[in-house]
Write a protein that binds this ligand. Structure first.
Ligand SMILES: [Zn+2]
Length: 323
C-alpha cells in the first residue's frame, strides 16, 4: 500500500477551490479510500481487503461475493476510517465504480453484478448519515474518475481530457463530467462480421479487439502476452492482430476527435505494456486529416488507484458545489 505522505491536515483549513476536506473512494478489485484536502490525498490511503490480489490481471473476488448491504457497510466503514474522527468537517464524498451510472442508479456493473439496479448513492448517503457524515455521496464512473484524477494531478482542471483504460475491459473516461453514456470502449471500430468477442455481445467493438478477456477468447491457445511476443518474432497471425489492436484504438480515438475535437488523451491500464506508441500515432495520422483536429496529444500514464481516489473526490466536490 502506497503511503502518500503530505502536509498535516489543518482543522481550520478551507479554500474556495477545494471546499474543505473530502473523501474519495474507488470500488475496483478492492476498495480504496483517501482523505483529500486541496485536491491532494493527506495521510494514508486505505484499502479493503488489505492484502493485495494474487495478480494484477486476476483481481480479487472479495467484493463480488459481498451482498449489496454488506458492501455498502464495508465502504462506509472505510470512509469512517479515513475521516479520522473529522466526520463533521467532510464537505463531499465521491465513490468511483466500474459501470454505467445514470441519475444515481447503477444501470450496468459487469464487475460488481450485485449492484445492478441499486441506488448506491442513496444507500451510501443514508448509511453515512447514521454514522455522522451528513453530505450526500456522489457516484461516478471509474474511468471518469481516472480522467478527473489525471486532470487534477496534471494541473488540467480547466481543460478537456479523455482517458482510455486498457485492461480486462476497455474504459473511456472524460473530464469535465457531462451528462451522457460515454461507453467509448464499445465504439464500433470494424464492420467485420467475425468480430464478436466483446463481453457485451455487440459486434465490431473496440473492447472485443483490445480487451484482455476478448483477446483470450480470440486466441484460445495463447495468452495475450504470448500473442504479442510471437508477433515480435514474425508470427503472421499474431502480427496481424498486433496491427488490428493498434488500428482499433486509433479508430476509436479518431472518432472521439472528430466528435469532440482534438485535445489530451491519456492512456492507461495494465495492457498498455502492449502499446507501441509509434504504431498508434501512424494509424491515427492516417485517420485524422483535418488540420484543426491534428493538435491532439497522447500520453501513457501509470494506472494507479490513488489517481482514481483523487478523481472521485474531485467529482464529488464539483457536484456538491454545483448544487
Ligand atoms: Zn461491447
Amino acid at each position: 500500500m502506497a503511503i502518500l505522505a503530505a502536509d498535516p491536515v489543518s482543522p481550520t483549513h478551507s479554500s474556495k477551490s477545494s471546499g474543505g476536506p473530502c473523501i474519495g473512494v474507488v470500488m475496483a478489485d478492492r476498495l480504496y479510500a483517501g482523505l483529500m484536502v486541496d485536491h491532494k490525498i493527506v495521510g494514508q490511503m486505505l484499502s479493503w481487503p488489505e492484502a493485495a490480489p494474487p495478480t494484477e490481471s486476476e483481481g480479487d473476488d472479495a467484493l463480488v461475493e459481498l451482498p449489496t448491504d454488506a458492501l455498502i457497510d464495508t465502504v462506509c466503514e472505510l470512509i469512517l476510517q479515513v475521516a479520522q474522527g473529522r466526520e463533521k468537517e467532510i464537505t463531499a464524498v465521491g465513490v468511483a465504480l466500474p459501470g454505467m451510472i445514470r441519475n444515481g442508479v447503477i444501470e450496468e456493473a459487469p464487475n460488481l453484478p450485485q449492484l445492478k439496479g441499486s441506488r448506491v448513492g442513496e444507500l451510501l448517503s443514508t448509511n453515512l448519515q447514521a454514522r455522522g457524515i451528513t453530505v450526500p455521496a456522489t457516484i461516478v464512473n471509474d474511468a471518469d474518475a481516472m480522467a478527473a484524477g489525471l486532470a487534477s494531478t496534471h494541473g488540467k482542471l480547466n481543460d478537456f481530457v479523455r482517458v482510455w483504460t486498457i485492461g480486462t475491459g476497455i474504459g473511456y473516461g472524460q473530464y469535465p463530467f457531462s451528462e451522457g453514456v460515454w461507453e467509448g470502449g464499445h465504439s464500433v471500430v470494424t464492420m467485420d462480421e467475425k468480430e464478436n468477442y466483446c463481453g457485451c455481445g455487440g459486434r465490431g467493438h473496440l473492447e472485443g479487439i483490445m480487451g484482455h478477456r476478448s483477446m483470450r477468447l480470440r486466441f484460445l491457445d495463447m495468452e495475450p502476452e504470448e500473442v504479442f511476443e510471437a508477433a515480435s518474432h514474425g508470427n503472421q497471425r499474431c502480427n496481424d492482430f498486433r496491427h488490428l489492436w493498434h488500428r482499433a484504438l486509433a479508430a476509436a480515438t479518431a472518432t472521439s476527435i472528430h466528435q469532440a475535437g482534438a485535445g489530451k488523451f491519456y492512456l492507461t491500464g495494465y495492457n498498455m505494456r502492449f502499446l507501441e506508441m509509434n504504431l498508434l500515432k501512424d494509424y491515427l495520422h492516417q485517420m485524422v486529416k483535418m488540420s484543426p483536429l491534428q493538435s491532439y496529444s497522447l500520453e501513457v500514464v501509470n494506472d494507479d488507484e490513488a489517481t482514481r481516489v483523487v478523481g472521485a473526490g474531485v467529482a464529488a466536490l464539483q457536484m456538491t458545489q454545483a448544487c
